[in-house]
Ligand binder design. Sequence first.
Ligand code: PMP
Ligand code: GLN
Length: 385
Amino acid sequence: MTNFPGIIKSKLPRTGTSIFAVMSQLAVDHKAINLSQGFPDFEVSPELIDLISHYMNKGFNQYAPMAGVPLLRERISEKIEKAYGFKYDPDKEINITAGATQGLYSAIACMVRDEDEVIIFEPAYDSYAPAVQLCGGTVKYAKLEAPEYTINWQKVSRMLTNRTRMIIINSPHNPSGSILRKSDLMALEHLIKNMDIVVLSDEVYEHLIYNGEQHESVCKYPGLAERSFITGSFGKTFHATGWKMGYVLAPANLMKEFRKSHQFIVFTCNTPVQHAIADFLGNEKNYTSLSKFYQKKRDLFTEMIRPSRFRIIPSHGTYFQLVDYSDISDEKDMDFAVRLIKEHGIATIPVSPFYHKGDDHKILRLCFAKKEETLEKAAKILCKI
Ligand code: PMP
Ligand code: GLN
């Protein structure tokens, strides 16, 4: 076919294909062990799969209500109240989304206007900046600071202008595995008090937090809850990233705006999966055991790679582990990661694509949401490099 003959004025001229798609494809092409894109290599609970087929067979196959299946919204409300002591109204303050990605996009689309500024923290998950740019906004980049990828709130305060419309935070944090603590949330709450700034809090890894630490949801802080959208993802919580099922929480007046954009971006999401997850959420053991489950994997994996020449950077949450390879090579992280796939059969994610200027600190991200046997094979390879 011939190409479009006119001029394409790209809305995202500097955006390429997502690093997750690139590295996963390379892993497939070279039959490498894939610790790159974040997804489990083990199965979803058979009970949950049975529930989905049950609801499909029962005829729950047409459009769900725009906001999502009511029972699922009720169950989310109960779960959030139990965990964080804050109640979201299932009718007015909760919306089911096609994964967190669509929740993030719809929240940005309903809030950000031309020339509004949005602050994001780098290294940053890759969907935030393009979503802001597609909506005409300008991204203002702050940096998480070494060695623990923490936020310097004083620096953030100097970035605020009368155009600042939104601040996007993410805890537990992809890719670093850092977490925001009480003092961070209090600093943010204080910083934007009395300003027309909303917070978009990406909390998809809320249940993946280690060493007994507690997830600090923005909804625990009244001054933040009243101005925040929270995104959640059942893909992370139920090991089913391919189902693209998540939710957004926000106070009623923000949710009203959210639904205006949501209804024309996706309108509604997969019906039988919503019913099945509603049932499954009824048993809280189905998600409260996740931290223990993943901490075991993290600890096993880090112990196995400790003898390697990779330096382990502590991970407090998520299913990602950063490693510094500067004792092994001074290659660029992208070149090194590609070589690991081609020569050693192991796929990882270089961290430079999480920075708009491609900052290269010689760090790779490894996903440990894998079976023990996969982690053992991967560790053997890493120890030989
Ligand atoms: N935010 C972060 C930080 C993520 O790591 C992911 C995982 N892909 C998402 C959002 C998107 O989640 P989902 O797959 O539910 O769209
Ligand atoms: N969140 C996952 C990761 O960080 C994958 C996201 C994606 O493939 N878009 O690897």
